[in-house]
Design a protein around this ligand. Structure first.
Ligand code: ABU
Length: 377
């Protein structure tokens, strides 16, 4: 049934949130090895080469926290949609390859990018995530049917043949010295080749007219170039951070409202990016150390910097994981109301509160928050 009140609109991560997608943990897999990613959790029952469903009790606990989070949002008057899980344990194939398992439908932020009235399905670069967009198609179809202005786009599906990956990357990269790793990050000489455009939506930070695209383990230069051509009315910038394992910008560089960006100090930004923000009167705030720093999380491939993976409900209100009390204190000092959300159990499923969501509607229009040019920006 059509719902004519639905509207796709979101230009940044801070305008008042009206409608959001929240992921589900159902059926999430520890993926079978593939060129782009090789899970290795020997102490948690999944040594390199093995794969299978996440333990049932972990999935249940993550789903409970995701459902509770959806409830918190709904009680604040925000409409919440959810994906439709597939059988992620199934083998998948294209004419070029076969992959022993899929992954899941948490975090949706990796797959879908909302820019204005457009929702764009990212290419992804893991073979296990190639079909993940299907979990979101029921919601996208409903939005398309209801909102005559919605633009439903999909980036070119990649072939993901062996030509898209540097052979033997994982065998060598983790053994090279830190300085060499960081040099490779700066030169974007990581696991992906430039054979075709590849990007995850979570590598893009949206600030109105400016889109910041992190080159990472899942986003290549060709993906950045595709995005630049796809959004000709935006300024689309490729950025890197001092991070040996860059994976999604939203635990590193987190714009909170016009003039304020939260930065993970352990992953310094390029001086030119800092300067671009500074000359446009943005304050770059270094986030406090995560409270969860010392707590090992079973089967997690995320860093403790998920702490800063927060969700704005509006420019004055942020959802923060409930144990991240130091970050909450820091944000209160900047005038935010902090909504504490229990979410630690969701971390091993691939993300925090920002990763777990996709904006469908925020109030607001396209604005230019960076009137002054600097360097390549
Ligand atoms: N997908 C977010 C992971 C970010 C991080 O671990 O730093």
């Amino acid at each position: 049934m059509n719902d004519r009140t639905l509207r796709v609109n979101s230009w940044n991560g801070w305008d008042p949130l009206r409608h959001v997608l929240v992921g589900r943990a159902d059926g999430t897999m520890v993926q079978a090895p593939e060129p782009a990613v090789q899970r290795d959790f020997p102490d948690d029952g999944f040594p390199l080469g093995s794969y299978g469903p996440m333990p049932a009790e972990m999935t249940a606990e993550a789903n409970e926290q995701l459902d509770d989070f959806a409830g918190i949002l709904q009680r604040r008057g925000i409409r919440v949609d959810r994906p439709t899980a597939l059988d992620f344990s199934q083998q998948v194939a294209t004419p070029d390859w076969t992959q022993e398992s899929m992954f899941g439908c948490m975090p949706p932020r990796d797959v879908l990018l909302t820019v204005g009235n457009e929702i764009l399905e990212a290419t992804m670069c893991y073979r296990s995530r190639w079909f993940e967009y299907l979990a979101y198609r029921p919601v996208l179809q409903q939005l398309f049917d209801a909102d005559p202005n919605m633009r439903w786009e999909a980036a070119p599906k990649p072939r993901l043949t062996d030509a898209s990956y540097r052979p033997g990357f994982w065998e060598t990269y983790n053994k090279v010295p830190l300085a060499e790793k960081l040099e490779r990050v700066r030169n974007h000489d990581l696991v992906l080749t430039e054979a075709e455009p590849l990007f995850d939506a979570a590598d893009i930070a949206r600030c109105g007219k400016d889109l910041f695209v992190q080159l990472s383990l899942v986003t290549n230069r060709s993906g950045y170039r595709w995005l630049k051509r796809h959004f000709p009315d935006h300024r689309v910038h490729a950025v890197t951070f001092t991070n040996t394992h860059p994976l999604h910008i939203d635990a590193t560089w987190v714009p909170l409202r016009p003039g304020l960006v939260l930065h993970c100090g352990e992953r310094p930004a390029e001086p030119e990016l800092m300067k671009y923000y500074e000359i446009n009167d943005w304050e770059v705030v270094e986030a406090v150390q995560p409270a969860s720093w010392k707590h090992y999380q079973r089967l997690s491939f995320c860093s403790p910097w998920l702490a800063v993976n927060i969700l704005n409900l509006d420019p004055q209100t942020v959802c923060v994981e409930e144990t991240e009390v130091h970050l909450a204190d820091q944000l209160v000092k900047y005038g935010f109301e902090v909504v504490p959300v229990p979410f630690r159990a969701v971390g091993p499923f691939g993300g925090g509160l920002h990763c777990a969501t996709v904006d469908i509607e925020r109030d607001g229009v396209l604005e230019d928050y960076f009137p002054h040019r600097y360097g390549r920006f």
